[in-house]
Design a binder for this molecule. Structure first.
Ligand SMILES: Nc1ncnc2c1ncn2[C@@H]1O[C@H](COP(=O)(O)OP(=O)(O)OP(=O)(O)O)[C@@H](O)[C@H]1O
Ligand SMILES: [Mg+2]
Length: 143
């Protein structure tokens, strides 16, 4: 695990942007962290790093947003509203875990115990340290 201390939304976006520039086809990024931690801020950077056009916002009423126009397509999932094991299992997540695109998932811990392996998964944990500081811990192996 690597750790990064972010002091602003812009710094969090920059980290995501770096990952977007380096992202390989098939990468799945799992984001965990409480409400307002900065998961969506990280996705904004990721989209920018991939060169995707279109505004990033959480897919609150749909399960997934798709951002095109970049080097790879980006699928943005938010599992916040999925509560039961049944809802999560029947949400059709499988297809996103094996695409030749890049997928980023907010509240990803909801699927970790339901899936034994997610190929090419980068786990990310964001902790709120203060109003503007975040500790971002992430897998630095592989992708
Ligand atoms: N260092 C920081 N990194 C990221 N966001 C920060 C930071 N400091 C302050 N913020 C603020 O925290 C909020 C993060 O919101 P964001 O929507 O990204 O959170 P989230 O984790 O996606 O929450 P939710 O679970 O509701 O989707 C924003 O209002 C942002 O301006
Ligand atoms: Mg969010």
């Amino acid at each position: 695990m690597a750790t990064f201390i972010s002091h602003s939304p812009a710094e969090t976006q920059s980290l995501g942007e770096r990952w977007g520039r380096a992202a390989q086809s098939g990468l799945v990024i799992g984001l965990s962290g409480e409400l307002g931690a900065g998961k969506t801020e990280l996705v904004k950077g990721l989209a920018r790093g991939l060169g995707a056009t279109g505004r990033v916002h959480s897919p609150t009423f749909t399960l997934v947003n798709e951002y095109d126009g970049g080097r790879l397509r980006l699928f943005h999932l938010d599992l916040y509203r999925l509560e039961t094991r049944g809802q999560i299992l029947s949400a059709g997540l499988e297809e996103f875990l094996q695409r030749e695109d890049v997928t980023v998932i907010e509240w990803a811990e909801k699927i970790y115990d339901l899936r034994s392996t997610i190929y090419d998964l980068k786990k990310v944990q964001i902790e709120i340290l203060s109003e503007t500081e975040r500790r971002i811990s992430y897998d630095d192996s592989g992708a």
